[in-house]
Design a protein around this ligand. Structure first.
Ligand code: BJW
Length: 266
């Protein structure tokens, strides 16, 4: 693999024009220009905690109220944010390729649903969905359940509300009453096997892969694009900075992806 990836846009566009199956792997950075904080960037704190300190099952067991407040805050924040030029470039590229009998899949680590709202159709979500809850492997949509937390404002500036565990969102099916949790994949938890199988099918068949706005630090997502590169398929990274995976890729485009991606996929 090249040690110094190319940042030659004209060269990338030649490769892009010949490709028939694209996979675009996205991370929190693609939503940064929409105003959604990334995990490891400067806005990665909520109250005094880093997101990764709350996005794990131990944090939920120890303090379900705090973790619920954190997700409630993010859910409300995401609902007010809009897809940006990078999400839109992917959606219109998918539509264009589809009309030509070609194919584009978005594999996202994000739970913000901004790809859906931009109009992307072929989306595989690795880490779950912000709006759903989970219990006993049943999935509940937010709309169909009263959310007791809605009367509180879990601002980053507030103290912990210390909500009684009985008052947290509960399963309303057949008198179950169990404590619901956000339907997301936390550290130490396995990713959905069915989704991973579809992701591997897409990656095995692709002839071009884009990696957009991810630090490539969190596994197994971080290994996907390097695996594609190791079978000789061109991979292009779009990020504000180099990542631990950059040297594995053929192309690297530095800068806000809301600016670089629309040019790359025009
Ligand atoms: C821009 C930009 C702009 C900004 N334009 N760019 C192998 C080796 C080592 C460890 C492990 C391993 N396998 C498993 C592990 C353990 C663990 C792990 O990876 N730990 C590492 C930290 C070392 N992985 C797991 O536990 C995973 N499960 C698993 O592997 O199961 C099997 C297993 C079980 C038990 C034991 C062992 C194995 C699960 C991982 C789940 C991650 N979940 C979260 C929360 C999801 C829900 C939620 O949103 O709350 O997913 S954590 C968080 O990180 C979230 C993200 O999707 C994920 C990745 O972050 P992402 O998207 O890359 O964001 P950032 O902030 O890190 O980066 C943003 C990037 O954008 C930066 O590079 C910026 O420069 C860039 N950027 N603005 C372009 N405008």
């Amino acid at each position: 693999p090249p040690l110094q990836p190319l940042s030659d846009m004209a060269r990338f566009r030649e490769v892009f024009k010949l490709s028939k199956r694209l996979v675009v792997l996205t991370g929190a950075g693609i939503s940064a220009e929409s105003g959604v904080p990334t995990f490891r960037g400067p806005g990665g704190y909520w109250r005094q905690w880093r997101a990764q300190e709350l996005a794990n099952p131990d944090a939920f067991s120890a303090n379900p109220s705090r973790v619920w407040e954190f997700y409630h805050y993010r859910r409300e924040l995401m609902a007010t944010r809009k897809p940006n030029a990078a999400h839109r470039a992917l959606a219109s590229c998918e539509e264009r390729l589809h009309a030509q009998g070609c194919h584009l899949a978005v594999v996202t680590q994000n739970i913000d649903e901004l790809h859906h709202r931009a109009g992307s159709k072929n989306i595989l979500e690795l880490h779950g969905k912000e709006r759903c809850f989970l219990l006993h492997s049943g999935i509940f949509n937010l709309d169909s359940h009263a959310l007791h937390l809605s009367c509180r404002a879990p601002s980053p500036d507030n103290e912990d509300a210390g909500i009684d565990v009985e008052d947290l969102p509960r399963c309303q099916l057949r008198g179950c009453g169990g404590l619901l949790r956000p339907h997301v994949v936390w550290f130490g938890e396995s990713l959905d096997e069915e989704i991973m199988n579809k992701v591997f099918e897409e990656l095995d068949a692709c002839d071009l892969c884009l990696v957009v706005g991810t630090s490539s630090l969190v596994y197994p997502a971080a290994m996907l694009a390097p695996q594609v590169a190791s079978r000789g398929v061109p991979v292009a990274e779009f990020n504000l900075e180099a990542t631990p995976a950059t040297t594995r890729f053929g192309f690297h485009f530095e800068g806000p992806c809301g600016q670089t991606l629309p040019v790359a996929l025009a």
